[in-house]
Write a new protein. Sequence first.
Length: 118
Amino acid sequence: MFLLRAEESPIPEIPDVPSIFDYAKTAEQRQLMQFVFSSTEFGRPYVMPPDVPHERVETMRKAFAETLQDPALLAEAARMKMDMTYRQPDRLAQLVATLYSTPPAMIETVKKLVPNLQ
């Protein structure tokens, strides 16, 4: 049984489980939660250096998206209980931009609340 999910985005397998973000009362609370729980949104990201040609990046993105449609891969992942949720590259880029815009005061608050993030 799940009480809450730390992801902002819905999870198709558990659509009725509320997000912790549903309980944010202020924009500041939401921003703090985004900073703390952002790792759940990233999953297992693959990154490339900034000078990689756009066409190569797009080829890799397409390959990953298509791979995650492979029934054999999905069956093996299910057997291993491995999360294979595909996250849109644009959504992840937006999340990175949001994290970089986190005010220093908010980062200090997070450090006080979650000391093991030091």
